[in-house]
Write a protein that binds this ligand. Structure first.
Ligand code: HEC
Ligand code: HEC
Ligand code: HEC
Ligand code: HEC
Ligand code: HEC
Length: 175
């Protein structure tokens, strides 16, 4: 899907009653996960507005790193979309300012394996499907702020490998 098509699709979406509505959040201190430099909400983008995960994490199916989208991806929409509430407008202003000043936000990394572990994302997406994100990351499209829900410990990896009859040789995950 091209960006223009997706954008017009979003604008054309009727405010249908059955569409998921992300909650209004006034107090962010109770949210789990680290506070990011811009309050970017997955429950609004991936939940309410149904932007596919792969639109932003486009390399997840082809590389070991899913990647965090560049500001260019954001500005493709936010040049036009300024926000419907004062708090949205304030956060979106940060996106526009960052773009103008060429200062991309320094997103805090949430999931991180130690350097001696090898985790090829693309192999997992190929085997488990592009809808499998929630198996490991939980219901991200309902999260206002991303937090880690799986332990990411060795036992967690090996447990699923045993279930799926994947090799559990030490050298599969450790070089
Ligand atoms: C509009 C773009 C966009 C969409 C759509 C999107 N994401 Fe993200 N995602 C981001 C950005 C920006 C970050 C970094 C900031 C943050 O953590 O919220 C991020 C962070 C994450 C992280 C945490 C990364 C880390 O540091 O460990 C996960 C996991 C994730 N996204 C999964 C998903 C899943 C699953 C979907 C679909 C349900 C999705 N994302 C849809 C932009 C997007
Ligand atoms: C495909 C279009 C699209 C893309 C791409 C997109 N957004 Fe949005 N964004 C929206 C829409 C629609 C809203 C809801 C606006 C409203 O009603 O206030 C929104 C709302 C927001 C808000 C206010 C609500 C919130 O999430 O806290 C912020 C901040 C924001 N976007 C940041 C970003 C960032 C950062 C990126 C890039 C990583 C991004 N957006 C990419 C469409 C997009
Ligand atoms: C089998 C489990 C599993 C599945 C399925 C999975 N992930 Fe991950 N994801 C992980 C692990 C483990 C990490 C930490 C990897 C590391 O530190 O090397 C991670 C890290 C990430 C990150 C942060 C990496 C970065 O570059 O900052 C994002 C974003 C992400 N995943 C998105 C997704 C999306 C989107 C999907 C679905 C298309 C998905 N993941 C499916 C296990 C999974
Ligand atoms: C939800 C199930 C699941 C979880 C959790 C999971 N994996 Fe996997 N993993 C798979 C499947 C299925 C494959 C087989 C992919 C294929 O056949 O290409 C695989 C393949 C791999 C491979 C490639 C194996 C090869 O033969 O080359 C590596 C490396 C790997 N996983 C590492 C990890 C690590 C490290 C973790 C934990 C951080 C992990 N996996 C967690 C399901 C999982
Ligand atoms: C499916 C992937 C996978 C396989 C197979 C695997 N490991 Fe690991 N291992 C991990 C992950 C992920 C970590 C880091 C998280 C943790 O410490 O639990 C880890 C951590 C470790 C550590 C460090 C523990 C610590 O407390 O610091 C050792 C030692 C280790 N593995 C040895 C092994 C040996 C020996 C084998 C073969 C019998 C093996 N691993 C097979 C994924 C794997």
């Amino acid at each position: 899907m091209t960006k223009t098509v997706l954008l017009s699709l979003l604008i054309a979406l009727p405010a249908a009653a059955q569409r998921y509505q992300a909650p209004v959040i006034t107090d962010t201190t109770a949210l789990r996960g680290p506070r990011q430099p811009i309050f970017f909400r997955h429950d609004i983008h991936a939940g309410q507005d149904q932007i596919p995960c792969l639109y932003c994490h486009s390399s997840v199916a082809v590389s070991s790193e899913p990647g965090i989208p560049a500001l260019q991806t954001c500005i493709g929409c936010h040049q036009l979309i300024g926000g419907s509430t004062p708090s949205h407008q304030a956060e979106i202003k940060k996106v526009r300012d960052a773009w103008r000043e060429r200062k991309p936000p320094e997103w805090i990394r949430i999931h991180a394996l130690p350097g001696f572990v090898h985790f090829p994302h693309q192999r997992h997406i190929k085997a488990l499907g592009t809808q499998s994100c929630s198996t490991c990351h939980g219901d991200v499209q309902r999260m206002a702020q991303v937090n880690q829900v799986s332990t990411l410990r060795m036992g967690w990896c090996v447990g699923c490998h045993v279930q799926n009859k994947v090799s559990r040789d030490c050298t599969v995950c450790h070089y």
